[in-house]
Design a protein. Structure first.
Length: 192
């Protein structure tokens, strides 16, 4: 799903599994997780919920018109202006299970202070305002191994123009035509 605005997309179902079932599915697929991902799994966002069909596309920060890089709030705002939506907070594990053909990282360095090369960050609202709490998930393949990793950053972190994000297309609905979890004050933004 290396979509850079050319129409490539990935359809998948998000939700419908308990936290334990989802962790078991990741273990069965040999998906590695870091400590930040484990912290995210403890959040109530991973309590049982009804499944939802979604369509995901990938965009770089530059694809969103932010050629000089941007902070998360600017990235999300630019995506919304292009008609893209944020993902549910529990999207990362489901996307990792569905996207097993991701391009491998050119290096095996686990980066600090920047998004790792080859990573796809799942665009979702943070589950906490605390900068020490993980903000969300990113997907990466290192040395042939699938990773689902949580990340932390503050509101001042500038993402590079080549950093890649997964967004939801607006035709991803909860069955009644309304976007599930839409915040009435900010179109397309998911409530945690």
């Amino acid at each position: 799903m290396e979509d850079t605005g050319n129409g490539d997309s990935l359809s998948l179902r998000v939700g419908g599994l308990s936290r334990e079932e989802l962790l078991s599915a990741l273990d069965s697929a040999d998906v590695l997780r870091n400590a930040h991902a484990e912290v995210l799994f403890e959040n109530a966002a991973f309590d049982d919920r009804t499944g939802q069909d979604v369509v995901i596309v990938e965009r770089t920060v530059a694809d969103l018109g932010l050629s000089g890089g941007a902070v998360l709030s600017e990235i999300f705002s630019a995506a919304l202006k292009q008609g893209l939506l944020l993902c549910p907070p529990d999207m990362g594990p489901y996307l990792r299970l569905a996207l097993q053909t991701q391009t491998a990282a050119l290096d095996s360095l686990m980066s600090s202070g920047r998004a790792p090369r080859g990573a796809v960050t799942v665009a979702s609202l943070p589950l906490s305002d605390d900068d020490e709490y993980p903000k969300g998930f990113y997907l990466r393949v290192v040395d042939g191994r699938l990773w689902l990793r949580g990340y932390r950053c503050d509101d001042q972190h500038v993402w590079s123009p080549e950093d890649r994000f997964a967004f939801r297309l607006p035709d991803s609905t909860g069955g009644n035509g309304d976007v599930v979890g839409r915040d009435s004050t900010t179109p397309g933004v998911e409530k945690p």
